[in-house]
Structures are given as structure tokens and as C-alpha cells.
Design a protein around this ligand. Structure first.
Ligand code: CZF
Ligand code: MG
Length: 204
């Protein structure tokens, strides 16, 4: 298999998946290539449920294997928010700058040691006629007091990695793809790939 459909319209995710799959010799198609396909409603209460909903709906529609990513930012001082609502935290228009502004406002006055957070990623693989597989992974860090860096997408400019001394947005794309929640989840998927595909092909 040398092609896979990723059930997302998020250009940041598509960029990262394209690089991660290129290493494995696989071309990525996404819903940006099929703009008429309507958004799948994210009605689940967990990342795993939403990833499954998106993968199964698009696999059913296209009749082929599909991967979906549901991800977001979990902030301890906010009781886990924005969580599954990360994309729409500041409104339905999914505006990264407004999401960051709202997050920093809610964390005003919270000292650095209490600003612990993690990016969480659930990946679901739906294949017609087979049970859907879901894997999950996280990347730990802190919420910075101000945005820094131009790379990545979403909350990357305020996600601080103490071991790097940088925000996620200050990393190169290659560096982010070595440590991110998405890369870690994809590595887990790699390990289970033969079982998931049931002999349909390997990822590398
Ligand atoms: O700084 C970030 N770096 C990341 O690596 C990252 N991964 C996820 N997120 C945030 O979580 C939402 C996902 O929500 P989400 O999984 O519903 O995706 P989405 O609605 O953007 O696209 P789709 O895949 O559903 O079509 C995104 O929009 C972002 O706000 C990230 N932020
Ligand atoms: Mg979404």
C-alpha cells in the first residue's frame, strides 16, 4: 500500500502526516483534496471516540482504509480544558490566535510550575470489513506566558518544552516530528500495522 487517506481538513496536521508518511514511502491524501466532503461531527467525549467517528465515517464514504487524528491540549490548571474542544476553544471559526489569547487569559497569574500541560493525539484506522484500531500518545510540556516562534500550528507557540528550552513553534518541522504526540502515536500504529491491516500491506 503506498497511499493513505487522512480524514482531516487541518492543513497543519496534513503537513505533519505528509512528512511522517514520506519516510515510509507512502503518499498522503486528505480531505483538503476533497473539499465537498462535509465535516464529521465530533460528538464524542474523548479523543479516541472522536478519532473513531471521523475514521469510520470517511472510510464508509470512500470505501477504503482511512486514518483520522483527534488531538488537543490538556491543561492541568484548567481541569483538562480545552481538551476535545481545543480547535473551537474561542469559537466555531477555529481561530488559533484567539484560542491562544483565551488560554493565556485563563492562566493569568498561574505560576510556571502549575502550568503543566500535554498535547494528546488519538489515531484511528478504519478499514472496510475490519475492526477499527485506535492508538493514543501524549507529549508533556508547560504553557508559556507569551507566544514564541513561527512553526507548527494551533497552540505550538505557547507550548514550552523544558528539555529543549523552546516552544513547539520554535522547533524545525523535523524536530517537532521527532517528539510530538502525533509522531509518537504514529510510531505505535507502526508497531501494530500488520495486525491492523490483516495482510493488506505494510507501512514501510
Ligand atoms: O499547537 C498545536 N500543535 C499540535 O500539534 C496540535 N495538535 C492538535 N492541536 C490542537 O487541537 C486541535 C485539534 O482538534 P481536532 O483534532 O478536532 O482537529 P481539527 O478540527 O483542527 O481538524 P480535523 O482533523 O478534525 O478535521 C487543533 O485544531 C489544535 O488547536 C494542536 N495544537
Ligand atoms: Mg476537528
Amino acid at each position: 500500500m503506498n497511499k493513505i487517506v487522512i480524514a482531516t481538513k487541518n492543513a497543519g496536521k496534513v503537513r505533519e502526516f505528509a512528512a511522517l508518511f514520506a519516510k515510509r514511502g507512502i503518499d498522503v491524501k486528505s480531505l483538503l483534496d476533497f473539499p465537498d466532503v462535509p465535516d464529521v461531527e465530533e460528538t464524542g467525549s474523548t479523543f479516541a471516540e472522536n478519532a473513531r467517528l471521523k475514521a469510520e465515517a470517511i472510510s464508509h464514504r470512500f470505501g477504503c482504509p482511512v486514518i483520522a487524528d483527534d488531538s488537543g491540549l490538556v491543561v492541568d490548571a484548567l481541569g483538562g480544558r480545552p481538551g476535545v474542544y481545543s480547535a473551537r476553544y474561542a469559537g466555531e471559526d477555529k481561530n488559533d490566535a484567539r484560542n491562544i489569547a483565551k488560554l493565556l487569559h485563563e492562566l493569568e497569574g498561574v505560576p510556571m510550575e502549575q502550568r503543566t500541560a500535554r498535547f494528546h493525539c488519538a489515531l484511528a484506522v478504519a478499514i472496510p470489513g475490519r475492526p477499527t484500531a485506535v492508538v493514543e500518545a501524549a507529549c508533556e510540556g508547560y504553557i508559556a506566558e507569551a507566544p514564541r516562534g513561527e512553526g507548527g500550528f494551533g497552540y505550538d507557540p505557547v507550548f514550552y518544552l523544558p528539555e529543549k528550552g523552546k516552544t513547539m513553534a520554535e522547533l524545525t518541522p523535523e524536530e517537532k516530528n521527532e517528539i510530538s504526540h502525533r509522531a509518537k502515536a504514529l510510531a505505535k500504529l507502526d508497531e501494530q500495522w500488520d495486525d491492523i491491516m490483516g495482510g493488506e500491506g505494510r507501512m514501510e
